[in-house]
Design a protein around this ligand. Structure first.
Ligand SMILES: O=C(O)CCC(=O)C(=O)O
Length: 292
């Protein structure tokens, strides 16, 4: 990659993604929504790459949602050098994660949620830390960045959150279909006390959210796909005490934001306009998909 990596706050060109007020908002509400964090050209590159990516499709797996549908996703542990890696390692996301974790972030995994028109399944109420707790992660100091690839609306099953629910701590999770969900007796009590929000997003918007924030999404019954890429970061100081299917602390090499367009230009430029799928030799992200 030609651009110099941005490794620290001292690096030239380093910019913080979030204002102090936004960090405070995250602490209070468990999430912060950054509208248009990626511009049209960047998100179009991501969408085009993902939708043409045979490897992503081949590695996708479905999970019964317990409501008669199935959620489809692909997941990978290491960001790689390709377009997915350029997003997961770009300064805008890494700096945001660093501000929210108050620590050096490392890439815990990324996933593409492929909620297709008419068939994309529902996600039950859960906390990500409810899933990750058993991976030897001792504290919930992890953050996810949900990047809207397609528009996300109520109709096509946008993310829903319970504002401030991260303050409830980790809630017991149990299986419903093939998905683990939070204890519904407790979720119902929380819903009576805290605000339930539908997070409608445009392509390029990013929602940073805490690993204990309760979230869910409805089935996509619309004619419109709702894909999203979610990059999850753990804090260096929260290095899991044991091995699991997601990595322990592995230094992340952040890259300048411009790298997204550089990678996109190489991938879709005149010279390689016929490249339709990720080259597994150049993009480790598509080779290390794992079932969660
Ligand atoms: O994209 C969605 O609808 C939900 C995804 C989700 O909750 C997750 O990956 O943990």
């Amino acid at each position: 990659m030609s651009s110099a990596p941005l490794n620290s706050q001292e690096s030239p060109g380093f910019q913080e993604t979030l204002s102090t007020g936004e960090v405070e908002q995250y602490d209070a509400r468990g999430f912060v929504l950054k509208r248009s964090l990626f511009d049209r050209e960047e998100i179009d590159l991501l969408r085009k790459a993902a939708k043409e990516d045979k490897a992503l499709d081949d590695h996708a797996f479905g999970r019964d949602d317990g409501e008669g549908g199935s959620v489809r996703l692909s997941l990978w542990n290491h960001p790689g050098q390709g377009i997915y890696g350029a997003f997961a390692r770009c300064n805008r996301l890494v700096s945001g994660a660093r501000q929210l974790l108050r620590d050096e972030p490392y890439h815990y995994h990324s996933k593409m949620i492929m909620k297709d028109a008419r068939v994309g399944g529902a996600w039950t109420w859960h906390q990500d830390y409810g899933y990750w707790y058993s991976n030897g992660v001792l504290t919930p100091n992890l953050v996810s960045a949900y990047i809207a690839v397609d528009p996300a609306t109520k109709e096509n099953g946008c993310l829903q959150v319970i504002e401030g629910s991260q303050h409830c701590g980790r809630i017991h999770h149990q299986l419903s279909g093939e998905q683990a969900g939070a204890d519904m007796e407790r979720v119902s009590a929380i819903l009576e006390r805290m605000k339930h929000l539908y997070v409608e997003m445009e392509p390029g918007d990013v929602l940073f959210f805490h690993s204990n924030l309760l979230h869910r999404s409805d089935r996509n019954q619309s004619e419109h796909p709702r894909w999203a890429m979610i990059c999850c970061y753990n804090a260096k100081s929260n290095d899991p005490y044991k091995e699991s299917h997601h990595p322990r602390y592995t230094p992340l090499e952040p890259v300048a934001d411009e790298v997204i367009k550089e990678v996109g230009a190489r991938r879709f430029g005149q010279d390689d306009a016929d490249v339709a799928f990720l080259d597994p030799n150049h993009d480790a992200s598509a080779r290390s998909l794992e079932r969660e």
